[in-house]
Write a protein that binds this ligand. Structure first.
Ligand SMILES: [Zn+2]
Length: 167
């Protein structure tokens, strides 16, 4: 799924610009004006998430927005520019579930051909707060590790495997 759309007008000179085809990994668009030469790069986005536990059970949120609306998922979200990745992971857990989490270890960095998002997964321990859904979740619940619902994103199974292997 493309999350970054090619620009229609050059942000440097204002002329209409054409998307490059195909735009699978290279630049999204180039300005056709030789004196301008602007190139819109297809930079990846970084997201972070946490397999967070309370007494051995895993905290999941039911998403109330696309993608994967209605599905259970780890609390996760995009890292802001200027923000440490670990801090973004802690913030996303707080925003989506209402609890404080302490990051314990890196589970892995996940990416793949054609994917716009690089996903950084951590394991963490909940240190305080009562689970309650934030703006981006309709429910929060704890699941036993062997009773997890089917998770929606491409690397979720690998993340759970990494969590089990490093417990
Ligand atoms: Zn231009």
């Amino acid at each position: 799924m493309a999350i970054i759309e090619p620009a229609r007008y050059c942000p440097r000179c204002g002329r209409p610009i054409e998307a490059t085809e195909p735009a699978s990994t290279g630049p999204l668009a180039r300005c056709g004006d030789a004196d301008c030469g602007y190139v819109q790069y297809r930079d990846p986005k970084v997201a972070a998430g946490v397999v967070a536990t309370i007494e051995g059970r895993i905290l999941l949120v039911r998403r109330n927005h696309e993608p994967a609306r209605g599905r259970w998922s780890f609390p996760s979200g995009y890292v802001d520019a200027g923000e440490a990745v670990e801090a973004a992971a802690v913030r996303e857990v707080r925003e989506e579930t209402g609890v404080e989490v302490r990051i314990e270890r890196l589970l892995g960095v996940y990416s793949g051909p054609g994917e716009d998002v690089i996903f950084v997964a951590y394991a963490g321990d909940v240190t305080g707060g009562e689970p309650a859904p934030g703006d981006e979740a309709s429910e929060v619940a704890l699941f036993a590790p062997d009773e997890l619902p089917a998770l929606p994103f491409p690397h979720d199974d690998a993340i759970i495997e990494a969590w089990r292997a490093s417990r």
